[in-house]
Design a protein around this ligand. Structure first.
Ligand SMILES: [Fe+2]
Length: 138
């Protein structure tokens, strides 16, 4: 199942929304490649891209929190969610390396990543977005 970024997931900060959309696309590319039985080298490349981009995106959000004094406890909760995701991502990557890029692994990757991102965006990122919209003065 492909995940699609729509306006319903907008947090209202263009940079963050663009990154979320690109992240959704990179998950789809990875899942498609797995379903199409692409070679491990290509799968690995897509995984590494997504991993690096995710980290870059988390860092950007955390820089916004710092720059605009995002309050506690929201800030720590949000950062802990990012850290938790990074840990489960490592686990997923290890499972994929040991079991190979099978179709069932593709289903697992798309549902795990898709549901995490949608829940994270709809709750935690939207809260950050509405705070930032009130505090960024261009
Ligand atoms: Fe976030």
């Amino acid at each position: 199942m492909r995940i699609k970024w729509t306006e319903a997931q907008a947090v209202g900060i263009e940079k963050i929304d663009n990154q979320h959309e690109l992240l959704f696309n990179s998950i789809n590319d990875l899942v498609d490649a797995m379903n199409q039985g692409k070679g491990s080298e290509e799968i690995e490349k897509l995984f590494v891209f997504m991993e690096n981009y995710t980290i870059e995106h988390f860092t950007d959000e955390e820089e916004y929190m710092e720059k605009y004094n995002y309050p506690e406890p929201e800030r720590s909760t949000h950062i802990a969610a990012h850290e938790g995701f990074k840990d489960s991502f490592v686990e997923l990557k290890e499972k994929m390396t040991s079991s190979g890029a099978t179709r069932s692994m593709a289903v697992r990757v798309s549902s795990m990543l898709g549901s995490w991102w949608i829940a994270h965006i709809n709750n935690i990122d939207k809260a950050l977005g509405s705070y930032l919209k009130q505090h960024i003065k261009d």
